[in-house]
Design a protein around this ligand. Sequence first.
Ligand SMILES: C[S@@+](CC[C@H](N)C(=O)[O-])C[C@H]1O[C@@H](n2cnc3c(N)ncnc32)[C@H](O)[C@@H]1O
Length: 214
Amino acid sequence: MKRLLSYIYPVTKTITSKFSGELEITWYNGKKHLNSENANYSYGSLQRILKFGLEKIQFKKVNSILVLGMGGGSVIETLRTDFKYTKDIEAVELDPVIVEIAKTEFGITENKHQKIHCTDAFNFVKTNTKPFDLIIIDLYIDLDVPDKFLSTTFWDHVLSSKSSKGSILFNASVKSSNATKIETLVQYLKTKVFKVDVYDKVNNTNTVIIASGL
Ligand SMILES: C[S@@+](CC[C@H](N)C(=O)[O-])C[C@H]1O[C@@H](n2cnc3c(N)ncnc32)[C@H](O)[C@@H]1O
């Protein structure tokens, strides 16, 4: 019934989080979304943006995936449902309120092939020693990518967490004010990996970067 009504008007639940402020769970066009005050966090346009990036990845060679910024877990849903990916996923999420929302509202839980780390993504990659074949980076607080995730220190840790032929999918930014920092980062990545592709205005908003190879 709730789902039927959502075609007529969105049903919204609000939850306060210390990291992201007011979070909203909204039914829109028959699908549940997670939004922050100004941004779609999960299961809306954000899910389409990451799907666009995933379509460029060769999944045959992917045996392990790290998601930095799990949110409500919509990219996990896309991987499991659209890409039929059944192997290991580890997801990192800073906010325990969001980890709980992912579980209770979207059914994203741990199992044999799925691990959730409730911790800071920067600290996670700093101490990580396990190589991942695909690293998805989707770290936002509302509309902002925190500055530390555009730093070369963070990216050096990410590059060390990637397997030699692995790829990185980065949902870079919605803000034009970040353009210079992102261009500097792209130039840096070009000195470190085989290939860097930049897609601007994905879904009319975001810059998506895919870095792959050695
Ligand atoms: C756009 S949402 C992620 C959506 C998610 N990738 C999906 O597929 O549904 C951005 C997430 O990054 C998380 N985040 C922000 N800073 C973080 C940090 N320092 N460490 C880990 N997660 C962080 C936020 O709490 C938020 O859940």
